[in-house]
Design a protein around this ligand. Structure first.
Ligand code: FES
Length: 85
């Protein structure tokens, strides 16, 4: 089975506007659900969408304006088909 892919923009704009916190929240969420082995989670340099950041990409789909308040809801919805809970 192909792994789900989460990419978080670690460019300075996204990082300082929320992805620094989103990074910790996503890590904790994956750990809590023991999903680290099933999901490929990594960071990348500036995605070129700074004005719309913080940016997160899930399985090729770009999510903009990802705030700590909505990052987990967004993850759950995006991975809904494969992840329960
Ligand atoms: S820093 Fe994330 S799009 Fe530029």
């Amino acid at each position: 089975m192909e792994k789900d892919k989460i990419i978080l923009c670690m460019g300075s704009s996204c990082y300082s506007r929320g992805n620094r916190i989103n990074l910790d929240l996503i890590r904790a969420w994956l750990e809590e659900r023991k999903l680290q082995a099933n999901i490929d989670f990594k960071g990348q340099l500036c995605t070129g969408l700074c004005n719309h950041g913080p940016v997160m990409i899930i399985n090729g789909h770009v999510y903009e304006n990802v705030k700590p308040a909505n990052v987990i809801t967004l993850l759950k919805n995006a991975l809904n088909e494969k992840v329960s809970g």
